[in-house]
Design a binder for this molecule. Structure first.
Ligand SMILES: [Fe+2]
Ligand SMILES: [Fe+2]
Length: 227
């Protein structure tokens, strides 16, 4: 994954991106800010961006979409599932944006929460059904991390295994709300150190540290392979 914080040997910028391999399907969740950074870090992790089959964009902000420029040249025509809004810039990058209007299956075992509004921007999250439980990936959580988690729980009818992504410096009560609905919590990107520390102190058994270069593996349990 690509985050604002980097592990040794990786580059970083303000942004967020996760490369997912699920049942043999290669998916990119958001694409960070700078094409050079995503490309360098992917190479460092031994990932070939040409293998991507599906793109997902949580919301139309440059720190999540900027790196799609390199994907457009590595994998022209890649479908990228986006919330409503002007997605013509993705076409200009050589990609095929597909607007998601409501919750829907995007690939085998992968679902959009459907767009939620923050009042000024629409954002959706990606739910992946793993054998150990559903996980939810979020971008910046502009509509509220607790609201995204509520939507995922409602759609899956289950407690989540993990919620990971940018939480946008939420109030503490929102973390307390999601803690009741997920086994693990991995705040990254725009979550803020105040909320990372709060989660770590209050829910040490739930807290997962993640940053650029982190690899998580979910089999019959969740493991951090590399941090
Ligand atoms: Fe962001
Ligand atoms: Fe954002």
């Amino acid at each position: 994954m690509d985050d604002n914080e980097a592990s040794t040997g990786f580059y970083n910028e303000w942004g967020w991106s996760v490369y997912i391999i699920h049942n043999g399907i290669h998916v990119l969740f958001d694409a960070d800010t700078d094409p050079r950074i995503i490309s360098y870090n992917a190479g460092k992790l031994g990932l070939n961006l040409k293998n991507l089959q599906v793109g997902f964009l949580s919301h139309h902000h440059g720190d999540h979409s900027g790196g799609y420029r390199i994907i457009g040249s590595e994998k022209p025509g890649l479908p990228v599932y986006v919330p409503p809004g002007d997605a013509s810039y993705l076409e200009d990058m050589g990609l095929n944006p597909i607007i998601v209007e409501k919750p829907m299956e995007i690939f085998d075992g992968g679902f959009s929460t459907g767009p939620l509004s923050s009042g000024w921007i629409l954002e959706h999250g990606l739910i992946i059904q793993t054998i150990t439980g559903p996980i939810l990936l979020v971008g910046c959580s502009h509509p509220g991390i607790d609201n995204l988690v509520d939507r995922a729980v409602e759609l899956t009818g289950e407690k989540l295994l993990l919620v990971i992504g940018g939480f946008h410096e939420p109030e503490k009560y929102r973390i307390d709300r999601i803690a009741r609905k997920t086994e693990y919590i991995a705040p990254t990107h725009c979550s803020g150190s105040r909320i990372k520390n709060y989660t770590l102190k209050k829910y040490p058994e739930k807290y997962i540290a993640a940053r650029t270069g982190t690899i998580l593996r979910i089999g019959d349990r969740l493991e951090t392979i590399r941090f």
